[in-house]
Design a protein around this ligand. Structure first.
Ligand code: GDP
Ligand code: ZN
Length: 362
């Protein structure tokens, strides 16, 4: 296997070299199932595990290796099972928030360059949802491309495309049909060799069909098939890191299929560039654009220069973001408290004994 076409780039080479562990080999996680992994390496794919020492050290599940992570493997001659000694820092990550008593984050995909945000040209088409997907993607440091699929169902997809372009700002929009193959060239042009892509979008929009198209044959089960087998999750054909014939990689994990948004204000500004532009002229620096005097955003809504539904979507998203940011702050604070405290010099504290244990075994 050629690591470079799997996405192995200068940045990763550098951090790997900094480990100063010539006996370890680099690899990319292709399947993750609880603590059992399949890792692609130069010499083929290997089953691997994480050592107990790593399991004990992590604070959140999201710190454990995920599909798409680059790792340093210890391969012992004569043993089928390799050991993941270290995971290299992630270049990008898509996460979803798990709502519960506290907000937790679930890492959906890591080290992704490009996200195809898929919408179907049917009754499920929803510009607001598209907006939210785009925010999440940009927030994760990933480049989005909007894909309008099922163009074969629509005699004239141009109205959909125009709406999508309005929402997408400068983000490319491609109109395709996974069924007929129409528009697939344009989609392929967005994906450069050695890049890693994900397909995100709600269930049924055609993500698996598009991946199969890109691959050139059936590799992932589509909806009809999944409905009849046990979700396809453990079928022998299921893979989560899929090297494409053209030299790029697609990540397709079950977690990609359902998620909510988790993001920050930067993403919000990017999703609503025209609001951001207007906001520069607001009288007050911290203007919330809701009741302040001399608010340029409110003025634009009043004059009809900013559509009311865009404005409403902006406020709604901003409210959600504020809420999430607050939850996240509280959550991280709790996380910190449970994290191993720094060892006070020469001072023993019986309460902290357990928390320090794995510092010694590291
Ligand atoms: P996923 O849940 O997003 O992975 O969606 P699937 O790829 O499983 O597709 C869901 C359904 O939409 C299946 O019945 C597909 O055959 C159908 N489908 C996918 N792409 C197209 C398309 O371009 N046109 C039409 N008419 N149907 C499609
Ligand atoms: Zn304002």
């Amino acid at each position: 296997m050629d690591l470079v076409s799997l996405g192995w780039s200068a940045g990763f080479v550098e951090v790997f070299a900094a480990l100063e562990a010539p006996e370890l080999v680099p690899g990319r996680v292709a399947v993750e199932d609880k603590h059992a992994y399949v890792v692609f390496t130069e010499s083929g794919s290997r089953s691997a595990v994480v050592p107990g020492r790593m399991l004990r050290r992590v604070v959140a599940r999201s710190e454990l290796p995920k599909v798409g992570d680059w790792v340093a493997l210890r391969v012992t001659p004569g043993s089928d099972l390799a050991v993941i000694e270290a995971a290299l820092p992630r270049r990008s990550r898509l996460v979803r928030k798990i709502a519960g008593r506290t907000v937790e984050e679930q890492v959906l995909a890591v080290n992704v360059d490009l996200a195809f945000v898929v919408m179907a040209l049917d009754a499920s088409f929803n510009p607001r949802r598209l907006e939210r997907f785009l925010v999440m993607v940009r927030e994760g440091g990933v480049r989005p491309v909007v894909v309008l699929n099922k163009a074969d169902l629509e005699a004239d997809p141009s109205a959909y495309a125009a709406t999508a372009r309005q929402v997408a700002g400068g983000t490319p929009v491609v109109v395709v049909s996974a069924r007929t193959g129409g528009g697939m060239d344009a989609l392929c042009r967005e994906l450069r060799p050695a890049e890693t892509a994900v397909f995100i979008g709600t269930s049924g929009v055609g993500k698996s069909s598009l991946i199969n198209r890109l691959y050139g044959q059936e590799i992932q089960p589509t909806l009809e098939v999944r409905e009849h087998d046990a979700k396809g999750r453990h079928s022998t054909t299921w893979r989560e890191l899929i090297p494409l014939p053209g030299g790029a990689v697609v990540v397709d994990t079950p977690g990609m299929r359902e998620f909510q948004i988790w993001m920050a204000d930067e993403g919000l500004d990017e999703a609503f560039p025209e609001v951001e532009e207007l906001a520069l002229s607001c009288h007050f620096a911290g203007c919330s654009h809701q009741q302040e005097p001399r608010c340029a955003v409110l003025q634009a809504v009043h004059d009809g220069r900013l559509a009311r539904d865009r404005y409403a979507a902006y406020l709604k998203l901003k409210r959600e973001l504020d809420y999430l940011a607050k939850e996240r702050r509280e959550h991280t604070f709790q996380g910190r408290r449970t994290r191993r405290p720094p060892r006070p010099p020469g001072q023993a504290n019986a309460n902290c004994k357990d928390a320090w244990l794995d510092e010694d075994d590291a």
